[in-house]
Design a protein around this ligand. Sequence first.
Ligand code: BDR
Ligand code: CA
Length: 318
Amino acid sequence: MPLTGPKIPLIIDCDPGQDDAVMLLLAFASDEFDILGVTTVAGNVPLELTQRNARIISDIAGRSDVRVFAGCDQPLQRKLVTAEYVHGKTGIDGIEIFEPETPLQKTHAVDFIIETLMASDLDSVTLVPTGPLTNIALAMRREPGILPHIKQVVLMGGAVREGGNTTSSAEFNIYVDPHAAQEVLHCGRPVTVVPLDVTHQALVKPGIVDRIRQLDTTVAQATVGMLEFFNRFDSHKYGTEGAPLHDPCTIAWLLKPDLFRGKSCNVEVETDSELTMGHTAVDFWQVTGRPANATWLYDIDKNGFFELLIERLSRYAS
Ligand code: BDR
Ligand code: CA
């Protein structure tokens, strides 16, 4: 359910991660959004780094006005699995790390989500999770009264056609907290899923990096640094010329849904089998009779996506 008209109230929940960082830069540059807050969760790296990374990116973007919150440092039931082998030990290797000026808010992210939603109009706030879904699921558990205030959830996670990127069955965000993912998918509000099936089409080829470099701004330099680091590992892993730019696809879908194709489906998460833990079982052909609970995106106009990203990055002043 893409939104049009007045500014879209958003809460972004992330685990930066270079691709989360580019997602934040895309969102910060887009005046279609009223970003109510950025909440962070343990995922790509531990929470103490994801919250700092979100604040570093806010500093680089000149958006210290956006409040940043730290949330859960462990998944709901399982032990945290991180991905330094992809993102480097800081999570955003490729840029210089510094102590950010953007402050960390004292309120826990889950409390912030609950308080903000309860104070918002019904059917008004869009949630954009691009990490494990722990914070979002916990907020829904603690205060089910938030549900009618949620307009929609647009999350990056899952895979069908592409198979897993963390195990043979599972994508990272869902694998790390499958119980949270299953709860969010069944929250009863509109959920749009941006899986690997889409993001593996959005490869950052060298020509894209060159165009961003030519913008010649601080934000562009930071973006290039992160993308070049990220590209190294994933290009090798997938045998492609560039790495998939996962998380910015969520924001791109909100801005330009016509760039994507999706289908209303039943999606369930495996939470029992260790072999297939975190697998997203997608009833793409409606064979199970289970009711649809999500819009599963499966295709992207990658050229249109990168044009949008570069145009938005060009909005940052040097
Ligand atoms: C997802 O996992 C993380 O490594 C990325 O930030 C993205 O959110 C892709 O599987
Ligand atoms: Ca992420």
